[in-house]
Design a protein around this ligand. Structure first.
Ligand code: PXP
Length: 236
């Protein structure tokens, strides 16, 4: 069975909307672990729109599973990762105006910077994963720059509405998994996965871990609503 890494970024999004202390993504991470999550993922963005430095530092000290830090390939982020020492770093492209990560990393274009910075992270004992489209050139380049893992961007598959297009995207993902495995790269997958579209991807062989955030946080808000209202009514 593939593992599940729960991304708690959007618990922090709700907190930041009020600029106060709750809900705390660290508390959410501990509950996710109690429910059986195999790892916790957070994306520390350059603009700190949701996860803050303090969250990553506290997660490092508290969670019992694995901490996967998603981040851009900047000097600031590399220095932060070397200080906090997450179990894994997933390098992602980052655009200031995007709502969420759009597209995979262009590993071919960033070859030399990636090679140098991946070596620094690996020397510190951090497992390095690259978030890429299911594209053979990007996968070969990921191997050449020394990545341990790729994380396949499942966003295009998730956007497809008709079964034929979905099948085509699943085949792309399947080919990407087999190319990566032949190069001895570990394979994770994520982005846009939800309770309706996970089935066919979960049935593919060779994916070690899914990183899922928005749909889990969205469902948690709704399945928890009834209890939250009842508890407030009891207090009133
Ligand atoms: N994997 C990566 C590399 C991401 O950037 C994200 C979004 O932060 C996710 C997984 C989770 O995506 P979603 O929130 O759509 O489940």
């Amino acid at each position: 069975m593939a593992k599940l890494g729960v991304n708690v970024d959007h618990i922090a999004t709700i907190r930041q909307a009020r600029g106060i202390e709750e809900p705390d993504p660290v508390a959410a991470a501990l509950l996710a672990e109690l429910a059986g999550a195999h790892g916790i993922t957070v994306h520390l963005r350059e603009d700190r729109r949701h996860i803050q430095d303090r969250d990553v530092e506290l997660l490092r000290q508290t969670i019992k599973t694995r901490l996967n830090l998603e981040m851009a390939l900047t000097e600031e982020m590399i220095a932060f990762a070397l200080k906090v020492l997450p179990d894994a770093v997933t390098l992602v492209p980052e655009g200031r105006h995007e709502l969420t990560t759009e597209g995979g990393l262009d590993v071919c274009l960033l070859r030399s910077t990636l090679k140098e910075r991946i070596a620094l992270l690996k020397q510190a004992g951090i497992v390095v994963s690259l978030f890429v489209e299911p594209d053979l050139e990007q996968i070969k380049a990921s191997h050449r720059v020394g990545a341990d893992y790729i994380e396949i961007h499942t966003g295009t598959y998730c956007e497809m509405r008709n079964p034929g297009d979905q099948r085509e995207q699943l085949q792309r993902i399947e080919l990407a998994i087999s190319a990566a495995r032949k190069l001895n790269l570990g394979v994770n997958a994520g982005h846009g996965l939800n309770y309706r579209n996970i089935g066919p991807v979960a049935a593919l062989k060779g994916i070690e871990e899914f990183n899922i955030g928005h749909s889990i946080v969205a469902r948690a808000a709704l399945v928890g609503m009834e209890r939250a209202v009842r508890e407030m009514l009891a207090l009133i």
